[in-house]
Design a protein. Structure first.
Length: 368
């Protein structure tokens, strides 16, 4: 069954213009009212993301184009936050790979592309920043093809569509000779090259938890793609835990995405990305399923940590001079809270109650 939905992730090396390109897509999709004050980097809503100027957390938005709902998943571009990339690629059916027209593919380009190819996705390549000095768009395309071949892409993946763009100037085009007008060619490419989601509404419900959020009013909110079946507001649902146990509950709130907002909906079907409240014990990778026919989806697998650090209470002469949360209990609570949403992180207790062994994907990941 073909649904008027496209689920697409945007992946790139750090500072290749991914967030700016997403800004242009959102602004030209009509989700903002006329005269509304729209900040730059609207998807980088986390304070640390704005401070460092990079995407750290995966986030999704939705826009409508030609009666098709396009779910756009923005992903980090640094390997330290690769756990975010790995878990959300299972939600999408295609991806947009952004490459700087001057720099070409970079180390993180290799990382995120490798993950996309392993998922069987066929990327749309966008050569960005073509209006910059010393830009060599066609050279960048050739280098991307070499990278595809090096990573073992199949014939279909190597025949990737490509466009030229400037996220800052707000245009994309299929040929360098075309007029630099707007982002419509990229929207059209998404409809043309990203397949609609595969799912059977007649099968029992299967929704995999990919992202966790929290609301003071609703409690824990799980976000994920419905692989099969239908989910309704107030529907009794089973949560299939990682250890094989089954926790029965009820959908207390069902939310869809519209622009940067979440809207209440009564029903969602296979292929849609939704947010669900009512399951306080849900964790990433687990499955919401039909209580009468509970069928779990494969758990999300991410690469193992590469860096290990010891986190401990400050015992230097300057201890207590700054900071609010300085006790071992507060450090422990913060680390355990991060474990709930960060699938690439490992935290181990040590012989000392004031020290914790934290394993992550790199300095940035552990510092976050």
């Amino acid at each position: 069954m073909s649904l008027p939905i496209r689920n697409v992730a945007i992946i790139a090396h750090v500072d290749h213009g991914k967030t700016t390109l997403v800004d242009a897509l959102l602004k030209q999709s009509g989700i903002f009212r006329e005269g509304e004050d729209v900040p730059d980097c609207v998807m980088d809503s986390n304070d640390l993301e704005r401070e460092r100027g990079i995407t750290i957390l995966s986030k999704n938005t939705a826009v409508k184009y030609k009666d098709t709902l396009i779910n756009i998943v923005d992903t980090p571009g640094h390997a330290d936050f690769g756990g975010e990339v790995e878990r959300v690629l299972g939600m999408v059916d295609g991806c947009i790979l952004i490459v700087d027209a001057n720099e070409g593919p970079m180390p993180q380009t290799r990382f995120v592309l490798k993950k996309a190819l392993e998922k069987g996705l066929r990327p749309i390549v966008v050569v960005n920043k073509i209006d910059r000095p010393r830009a060599e768009p066609m050279v960048a395309v050739d280098k991307v093809l070499d990278l595809f071949l090096e990573l073992g892409a199949d014939d279909d993946q190597c025949e990737f569509p490509y466009l030229f763009a400037s996220g800052l100037s707000g245009f994309a085009k299929e040929s360098l000779e075309d007029e630099s007008k707007d982002m419509q060619p990229l929207f059209d490419a998404i409809l043309r090259h990203v397949p609609p989601p595969i799912g059977d509404v007649s099968k029992p419900l299967q929704l995999q938890v990919t992202t966790l959020d929290y609301s003071d009013f609703l409690g824990r909110i799980v976000i994920g793609k419905i692989h099969n079946g239908t989910i309704n507001m107030g529907q009794p649902t089973a949560l299939l835990k990682e250890d094989g146990s089954v926790v029965r509950g009820k959908v207390t709130k069902l939310l869809g995405f519209e622009g940067l907002k979440r809207i209440e909906i009564e029903q969602a079907t296979a292929g849609m990305i939704v947010a669900v409240a009512g399951f306080a014990d849900a964790n990433i990778g687990e499955t919401l399923a039909c209580p009468n026919e509970p069928l779990a989806l494969p758990l999300i697998k991410v690469d193992e940590p590469t860096l290990q650090m010891t986190f401990c209470v400050n015992d230097s002469p300057f201890a207590g001079k700054e900071g609010k949360f300085v006790t071992s209990r507060q450090v422990r609570d913060r680390l355990l809270r991060e474990l709930e949403t960060n699938v690439a992180l490992r935290v181990e207790e040590t012989d000392s109650p004031d020290r914790f062994m934290v394993s992550g994907r790199g300095e940035l990941h552990s510092a976050f």
